[in-house]
Design a protein around this ligand. Structure first.
Ligand code: SF4
Length: 190
């Protein structure tokens, strides 16, 4: 049955009243860890499908790329309708202290020029770069990406990530932007 169908049907059988996702230091690409990406986020909600649809986008996946999410929606577990979801952000973390990067995260960070980026913003960009790598697109990225609070109100002809870089010629807005939004922008751009 693979992995996706059992996940969808397990969620149909087990009724959940509260779902809490530990998004503090999730892994880049492997559930058993090794490449921590600091995002300093906790996500909570009542609808398991909506929560996973939201979390998938935070780490750069389209909902359609995670088959069990649509399967669960089809059998009535919940909804993927993020456009009409009631999403409230609390206690936004503006801290920019970073944990020591793994070798893979350090490799991805070579594409970034960072100055006081919030953890969630920087983590979104790291996830987005890894998703591009998985699509064999990262090697087509020919310029560095700027990110961080110290780029606020600065003009630049580069490509910025996050609302702090809205004075740049090109910018992916959001505070922080979802990794999925960064991926979609870079897919169109490169
Ligand atoms: S855009 Fe927002 S999340 Fe990103 S570095 Fe600026 S303040 Fe932090």
């Amino acid at each position: 049955m693979g992995l996706h169908k059992p996940i969808a049907y397990l969620n149909k059988l087990i009724k959940q009243t509260l779902v809490i996702v530990d998004g503090m230091n999730g892994d880049l690409n492997f559930e058993e860890g090794g490449n921590l990406v600091q995002m300093n986020r906790i996500i909570a909600g009542k609808d398991p499908v909506l929560i996973d649809a939201y979390a998938a986008q935070l780490i750069g996946f389209g909902i359609e790329e995670v088959p069990y999410i649509a399967m669960a929606e089809d059998i009535g577990v919940g909804t993927t309708d993020l456009a009409n979801a009631d999403i409230v952000e609390l206690n936004k973390d503006k801290g920019s202290r970073k944990i020591k990067p793994s070798r893979r995260v350090a490799q991805l960070s070579k594409h970034i020029i960072e100055d006081a980026a919030c953890s969630a913003c920087y983590g979104s960009l790291i996830h987005a770069l890894e998703r591009l790598h998985e699509k064999n697109l990262l090697n087509q990225l020919k310029e560095k990406l700027y990110i961080g609070q110290n780029f606020k109100n600065k003009r630049h002809d580069g490509l910025g990530i996050g609302t702090c870089t809205s004075g740049f010629d090109r910018c992916v807005k959001g505070c922080p932007p979802k990794a999925r939004d960064i991926v979609e922008y870079l897919e169109r751009y490169i």
